[in-house]
Ligand binder design. Sequence first.
Ligand SMILES: *Cc1c(COP(=O)(O)O)cnc(C)c1O
Length: 364
Amino acid sequence: MKIPFVSFLPMEKELNNDLRGAFDRVFTRSWYIEGEEDKAFEKAFAEYCGTKYCIGVGNGLDALMLSLRALGVGVGDEVIVPSNTYIATALAVTYVGATPVFVEPDIRTFNINPALIEEKITGKTKAIMPVHLYGQACDMDPIMAIAKKHNLFVVEDCAQAHGATYKGEKIGTFGDAAGFSFYPGKNLGALGDAGAVVTNNKDIADKVRALGNYGSDYKYHHVYKGCNSRLDELQAAFLSAKLPHLDRMNEERRRIAAKYTAGIKNPKITVPFVLDDCVPVWHIYGIRCAEREKLEKHFTERGIGFNKHYPIPMHLQECYKELNIPRGALPIAEEISSTELSIPMYYGMTDEEVQYVIEELNKF
Ligand SMILES: *Cc1c(COP(=O)(O)O)cnc(C)c1O
């Protein structure tokens, strides 16, 4: 058997006609930027999330960066980010001129540990960026309480958790603003790069839209030194075709995850832990194993794909040398980076494939 780490084929086969229909609609209209498709998707996605506003942007990194800019976070400010996340979270902070301050995760959930946030707050701290990593919501109640107490903005990084809930509420509705990525591999993916900001605050929404459109509020009138980051019509049309299927496809991921969690019985392997209050969407099913290298070899020999999220923590990346954070300073992020293995997880995995992965993990 050969099982890839991820495959879009089952989904694309099912949605083939819808996606081709979306292309035809845009191509027939011959209008590619800032049009009906963009408006329609923004409306549908805001409704899906339960927020008042949605602004389509070019990608997830821009969604986070523009949210921070709209909130006035900039040079001299500090922003709390988890030490275990994709580097885009920290880069968004860097791009606006602020400094990322890393807070360690809870090793069981991989998400930022709220109990460790306050000790990192200084007079310069302006915002907290919780990342709902691998598809599970962060523990939002304590995070929002800390933000309120210290008067900090909250920008949620929702790039891996479209549709995940915390205490029955969708992620993206807790903070001042939230950034989504529609990178093809995300739970809701475009056929290229795309992203969105959702918020309930009209001023933030207007400012994000202007910032991503050359800083202009109306054509050829420029209020800010903005950039070009817009959701194009084709990607918006593809996303509109896929959105109605998101919940069903997330449910399928939950079914696969439940099989993994019940079936994996090898004491060498730690399966992911889900908080009582959370309904995750399993962007990634990340196990931990102290003998990861051997397990990688075992998987490769048996035709099972895998990935590592993420092999080098941000504070040890070349680009963040300037932060001067030595190895050993963030031991939980380092532990995750050296033990985490992401196993196959995608819509359309067959029961036989899931069973094969479980059996091979138990044999290891
Ligand atoms: C994918 C991702 C991003 C960035 O999204 P892009 O669309 O690739 O720019 C940001 N944060 C996290 C946690 C991600 O996984």
